[in-house]
Design a protein around this ligand. Structure first.
Ligand code: NDP
Ligand code: 8X3
Length: 268
């Protein structure tokens, strides 16, 4: 019988990951993932659109943990730039053991028939097509090496649509479908696929949704203790550290006072 005591998980999490490629690493969950995997000794490759921010985070990680960090600035919606960037990776960085498709966003709270088409393009191109682009670029090499774990950052929003979230929720339902599809397509390989589905996490996410209106963003989390980006990073590292025969397919995690995408308790 397999031993599931703490020491096994601790031992596994102490292993040396190869490279870990994280998209959208300049903020929130992506940045917390960068810190977590760097602290575990991984060679982290950080993607984002803001080169200066990536350089700052990379410098901080090297100072804190001594790791060399690779930055890979590009917009995940730009397939040409993504292809050129991934193809430029050399040496130890080429052995990507973990791909974390995290870059994503929500814009607005409009009704489906009123959403600005530019905003639906941005959400669909980032949350769905950006994820597909990175999957297409990284997974074939993982198959060749017989090793790899793909994490897609989905959402509770992909399980049930809520008012004012139609397009965003559709993109996260697509993330679930694409994660399930990839798991099916990889069933005859040692690769693993996990869809992480957080509820409320306090990051820049709601500020982006409300186009910079911090008061509206703060109101989303008022009266309860939301998840932190670090909670998500801990969950991902735990799953990545599981023994090779264990594939955690999906995780739905929420603040204790959230029950569904629309039901939460905020005190009296
Ligand atoms: P943040 O806004 O804090 O971070 C989003 C990150 O994605 C930023 O680094 C952002 O960079 C990056 N990004 C956005 N568009 C692109 C792009 N086209 N190319 C490259 N990078 C891009 O939000 P979160 O950390 O909360 O969001 C991370 C993921 O988690 C998203 O997929 C989101 O949908 C998901 N999620 C978030 C939840 C929450 O409540 N916060 C709950 C469930 C899921 P830039 O600064 O350049 O925009
Ligand atoms: C983020 C969670 O419920 O705010 O995906 O859409 S929610």
């Amino acid at each position: 019988m397999e031993n599931y005591d703490n020491s096994l998980w601790k031992q596994a999490s102490g292993k040396n990951f190869g490279a870990v490629l994280i998209t959208g690493a300049t903020s929130g969950i992506g940045r917390a993932l960068a810190w977590k995997f760097a602290s575990l000794g991984a060679n982290v490759i950080l993607n984002g659109r803001d080169k200066a921010k990536l350089d700052e985070i990379s410098g901080n990680l090297t100072r804190e943990f001594g790791n060399e960090v690779m930055t890979l600035p590009f917009d995940v919606r730009d397939r040409k730039a993504a292809t050129a960037a991934v193809e430029s990776i050399e040496g130890k960085w080429k052995n990507i053991d973990v791909l974390i498709n995290n870059a994503g966003l929500v814009l607005g709270v409009d009704k489906e028939y009123e959403v600005n088409p530019d905003e639906w393009d941005t959400m669909i191109d980032t949350n769905i097509k950006g994820l597909l682009t990175l999957t297409r670029l990284v997974v074939p090499e993982m198959i060749k090496r017989g090793h790899g774990h793909i994490f897609n950052i989905g959402s509770i929003a992909g399980d049930a649509t809520y008012p004012g979230g139609s397009v965003y929720c559709a993109t996260k339902a697509a993330v679930k479908a694409l994660s399930d599809g990839l798991r099916i397509d990889l069933v005859d390989t040692p690769l693993r696929v996990t869809n992480i589905k957080p509820g409320m996490v306090e990051t820049h996410f709601s500020i982006t949704r409300y186009h910079g209106d911090k008061d509206k963003a703060d109101a989303v989390y008022a009266g309860l203790k939301p998840l932190t980006a670090e909670d998500i990073a801990e969950t991902v590292s735990f799953i990545a550290s599981a023994p090779a025969h264990v594939q955690i397919a999906e995780v739905l995690l929420m603040p204790t006072n959230q029950a569904t995408g629309t039901i939460s308790y905020r005190g009296k």
